[in-house]
Design a protein around this ligand. Structure first.
Ligand code: TYD
Ligand code: MG
Length: 437
């Protein structure tokens, strides 16, 4: 009996099946199962038991891996030291965040010595040229781009000599495989194209960076589907209304996932942030009631942030609790603790809290700074200057130490903040008494 040369993929959720169904057993979508004809070259590569040649593990030399530096420290750090030859990296993020800009900057740095290939499915050559002009004075002739969106064209890379040092695919949603009837960007296409890119990277040892769009909710099927197929997944995050950007490793076969890279978007591309304090504080010289500084952790990196609070008599039956950058439920809880445990009647006041710079804080370590910013705003008294606060506030009105206290403390001192609270367990009431006497 001849072997099947087809596989079936759901165009809605990306589920792979061995036969056709009218309704996808995974996502229940109707008429979404598409047949994929696997090219004969791929079939012939299906290894038979007799041709299998296993390699003894002790003969494999791991130290031979030489990482390629991107010349951008923040990118190298997130990748675990640089790009690994033959690796497949997914650079995912919402549209307009700066993915193409970052990929172009990496490509420009690498193209100084060797050719790099930029597959542009989204933009035409003049548009790419405009971006290149913003990023560099002199465009190297080894920066090659192609607007051919057929992934099979990459199979004859040997026509390119010398071999490219890096391939960038911008974006996975626009590249297609002619073997499939579905539209570019559909889950079936994304799976097939990534599979081919993976084969190219592993056989030629040319690293490939795939750009993928993802919505704020992260619910576009494409990049999610890709995550388990690639070696490394890095997310590019930030706020469209602010200039800072965070590059975060979400999966890394060649390094840790705790690293983050910080950038600002400028008129001449992305610049690395050396001193985050300048970006995330109001930089006012005189202390103002309602401002408190905290140290939060982004991965393994401490970042100083300023929390601002405004407390105003309410005109409503239920006072407002408005939070930017911290979860609103956290603000409601901290307001109740202040009311009950400190005896401050903020139940009659609207409370607004904002984290400067547009950062989103997900850890309770900022509780103490939020609570004291509110108390300071209510009392109309500023907190002492050069004071960094970090600690989780509990329902009993106690302040508990948080992980990485020493690292936070060190970073605060490095950036010129003389005093930090609370590295030891302490009552919020005691802190308030000492600070506002
Ligand atoms: P882009 O890299 O095209 O985003 P993505 O590929 O993630 O969709 O760029 C996003 C924005 O950045 C775009 O609105 C223009 C802006 N930008 C700058 O501010 N400075 C620059 O030097 C460049 C190249 C872009
Ligand atoms: Mg883009």
């Amino acid at each position: 009996m001849s072997k099947s040369t087809s596989t079936f993929i759901c165009d809605s959720c990306g589920n792979t099946l061995s036969k056709w169904y009218g309704q996808c057993p995974n996502c229940q979508a109707w008429n979404s199962i598409k047949e994929i004809k696997i090219p004969s070259t791929q079939i012939s590569s299906t290894t038979t038991a007799s041709s299998l040649k296993p390699i003894p593990a002790d003969k494999v030399k791991a130290s031979q891996i030489v990482r390629i530096s991107t010349d951008i420290n923040e990118v190298n750090r997130v990748l675990g030291g640089g790009i690994v030859p033959g690796s497949l990296t997914l650079l995912a993020g919402p549209p307009g965040i700066g993915k193409s800009t970052l990929a172009t900057q990496i490509a420009l740095n690498l193209s100084q010595n060797q050719p790099i290939l930029y597959l542009a499915g989204e933009e035409n050559p003049p548009q790419i040229k405009i971006r290149l002009h913003r990023l560099t004075q002199k465009i190297p002739s080894s920066f090659l781009f192609s607007t051919d969106t057929n992934v099979s064209s990459l199979l004859n890379l040997e026509t390119l000599s010398p071999k490219p040092a890096l391939i960038i695919v911008d974006s996975i949603q626009t590249i297609h495989s002619p073997n499939l009837p579905s539209q570019p960007g559909s889950p079936a296409q994304i799976k097939q194209v990534t599979h081919i890119l993976m084969q190219i990277a592993k056989t030629t040892l040319i690293p490939i960076i795939i750009i993928g769009h993802i919505t704020k909710e992260g619910n576009i099927a494409g990049p999610k589907l890709l995550e388990h197929m690639v070696d490394t997944v890095i997310h590019f995050e930030g706020d469209q209304n602010h200039h800072y950007r965070i590059l975060r490793a979400v999966k890394n076969r060649f390094g840790t996932t705790n690293e983050v890279g910080l950038f600002t978007m400028t008129s001449a591309g992305l610049k690395e942030i050396k001193n985050p304090l300048l970006l995330f504080s109001s930089q006012l010289k005189t202390p103002i009631p309602g401002a408190a500084t905290s140290v939060i952790m982004e991965g393994e990196r401490p970042i100083l942030v300023e929390i601002q609070a405004l407390v105003n008599p309410t005109t409503l039956n239920i006072p407002r609790r408005v939070a930017q950058g911290i979860p609103v439920n956290r603000l409601i809880m901290l307001s109740a603790i202040i009311n009950r445990r400190l005896g401050l009647p903020i139940g009659n006041y609207d409370v607004f809290v904002n984290v400067t710079g547009g950062l989103n804080i997900h850890e309770p370590a900022a509780d103490l700074a939020v609570a004291l910013a509110i108390v300071s705003a209510y009392k109309q008294k500023p907190l002492p200057a050069k004071l960094a606060l970090f600690g989780e506030v509990g329902l009993l009105g106690e302040v508990r130490p948080v992980p990485f206290s020493q690292r936070r403390d060190k970073e605060a001192k490095r950036l010129g903040l003389a005093q930090t609270l609370a590295v030891k367990p302490i009552l919020l009431k005691t802190i308030v008494k000492t600070l506002f006497q």
